[in-house]
Write a protein that binds this ligand. Sequence first.
Ligand code: FE2
Ligand code: FE2
Length: 267
Amino acid sequence: MKFIQVTDMHIMPPGERLLGLDPRAQLDACIADINAHHADAELCVFTGDLGHEGYVDAYRNLRDALAALSLPYYLMLGNHDDREAFKEAFPEIACDRHGFVQSVIDTGAGRFILLDSYEPAAVWGSFCEKRAAWLRDRLEESNGRPVYLFIHHPPFEIGIPSLDSIRLLEAGHLRAAIEPCDNIKHIFFGHVHRPIAGSWLGIPCSFVRGTNHQVALDFHTTRPVPKNHEPPAYAVVLLNSESVVVHMHDFLDNSVLPITPGPATTE
Ligand SMILES: [Fe+2]
Ligand SMILES: [Fe+2]
């Protein structure tokens, strides 16, 4: 099974730029690349920070961009989003009974569980007991089938202080829901605008760059978050019963080296 993860698009109202780039143009290029090379993927998950500000116009701009995507897509919230404006702009997106933007996608490869770590007016993330209770029920229903989790904020430190202070704080409810399960195969995060692989509680996890601006590999600055223009990327994920493979693809890189015949080899 193949799917795509795109994160942190930070869409602005039409024509408005952010940190020297037009987030809509960046997303358009990302979508064009996905359509050209991965139209055979089953779906695409957008892991939060969908909009940056000016939400009514930004979300309209986002919806307009997504109309070009040839894959079914699923949207999650990040700290830069606005839950109520989002729900007005995307009324078809599933929520749990408390109104959190949490949903399940049952695929041939297992159960995808999309979580909501948005905390109004905060940069850091939260995951309360209500959200955790919903997660526990969805995990129980999985009956041991493979589960893949998606959440915007990481609940652990990654060694970049400016991001560690705005991670998912008070992760106890999330930890308690996850710890009894041995069928969670991978966790996909957004928020950090960097390519990172690692594990949490023994569960493998990965992060991918955003489609607009990025965060520098800076182990010293505490604030503000040091941003830069490293290449934007999305993730192409391959799942089967034995493995999870996450390819980070710099979709604006079109460098090609000519193939020159090498010397004949003799054995
Ligand atoms: Fe972001
Ligand atoms: Fe974020």
